[in-house]
Ligand binder design. Structure first.
Ligand code: MG
Length: 329
């Protein structure tokens, strides 16, 4: 339901709401798609233009692709029926290739959308890669806070990511729909996270659910990269997607708050089904110890803590009910 709620936000009419939610200027939204490629592999550089209420696809606009921030044009393409403009690029050597994507002014009543940077991270097939989630993993809050506020990083996460980047390429893999690319990249840069391609889901990927989307995205990466080393996320489905694809899977568990015993019991049950190899932690200090010191964080102690809390809350509820039935003085 949360997913529908997020998409419903986008249907809010008027550029004010969209500009605020998506970090855009005006009523148009240009999305670009970062790529993780191998040397000699031909990849698509893609941009998509949507605009107006309900963010309709915008065909017939000219998109220009430039290498770096310089004036020299690499290629240009017109947006098709789905608002997409695609050109091909073949990086020959490992490295970071940055493209500036902008729109020709023709056809826009006001200013065209702001230029965006597209990052092609070209890496050898055996490059060590770390896959990291955003919401409730690097971002201290969930997706809703991202929509309306300015969320904080999880304490300690920036330093650990900077250390991890010394010998890994970082791939930011999020179930956020691609509308949120602009906001996501800006947030990571602003808080000092290391650079890396930001891989977002499509609307169909978003509606398929986080687990299905991530399992497929990681499996696709794994076909081309042989050293996917570590995966960090906050959902049991993230942890399984990482584990099933052979990554060292680290689950940063958001502990339930509130006093519904079912929340605790359900989470305990889900943890009980996790493979033993998954490390279950509650903060970034433990993430660092799991990655750099090889310390193990089995799920069982947290599972027991959740079970105890569920039992206690049930007893409290039962006690309160029997006191009410017995009549109060
Ligand atoms: Mg998350």
């Amino acid at each position: 339901m949360r997913q529908w709620l997020a998409l419903a936000f986008l249907a809010l009419p008027g550029c004010g709401a969209q500009a605020h939610l998506l970090g855009t200027r005006g009523t148009y939204l240009m999305t670009v798609y970062d790529v993780l490629s191998r040397p000699g592999e031909t990849v698509d550089l893609a941009a998509r233009l949507r605009g107006g209420d309900f963010l309709r696809d915008r065909p017939g606009y000219v998109v220009r692709f430039r290498r770096g921030a310089g004036p020299e044009l690499f290629k240009a393409a017109e947006t098709d029926e789905s608002g997409r403009a695609v050109v091909e690029f073949t990086p020959e050597m490992p490295g970071d290739y940055r493209f500036t994507i902008d729109l020709a002014a023709a056809g826009f009543a006001g200013s065209p959308p702001r230029p965006q940077e597209l990052h092609v991270a070209c890496r050898a097939a055996d490059e060590p890669i770390a896959v990291v989630d955003l919401d409730r993993t690097l971002v201290a809050s969930g997706f809703q806070a991202v929509l309306v506020g300015d969320p904080e990083p999880m304490p300690g996460s920036v330093a650990v990511m900077q250390r991890l980047e010394k010998d890994h390429t970082i791939a930011y893999l999020t179930h956020r729909p691609d509308f949120f690319g602009i906001k996501s990249r800006a947030w990571l840069a602003e808080h000092g996270y290391p650079p890396g391609p930001v891989l977002l889901s499509s609307v169909s990927g978003f509606l398929a659910g986080s687990g299905a989307y991530k399992t497929e995205a990681i499996a696709r990466l794994r076909e081309r990269f042989s050293a996917l080393r570590v995966g960090i996320g906050d959902k049991v489905s993230d942890a399984l997607a990482y584990h099933e694809n052979g990554l060292h899977s680290i689950l940063i568990l958001p502990m339930p708050t509130g006093d519904d015993p079912e929340d605790y019991a359900e989470l305990a049950l889900a943890l009980g089904r996790l493979p033993d190899a998954v490390d279950v932690v509650t903060n970034w200090d433990q993430v660092a110890r799991a990655i750099f010191d090889g310390e193990r964080f089995p799920a069982r102690p947290i599972e027991e803590r959740l079970e105890r809390r569920a039992r206690q809350l049930k007893l409290d509820t039962a006690g309160a009910t029997s006191r009410r039935q017995g009549g109060s003085p």
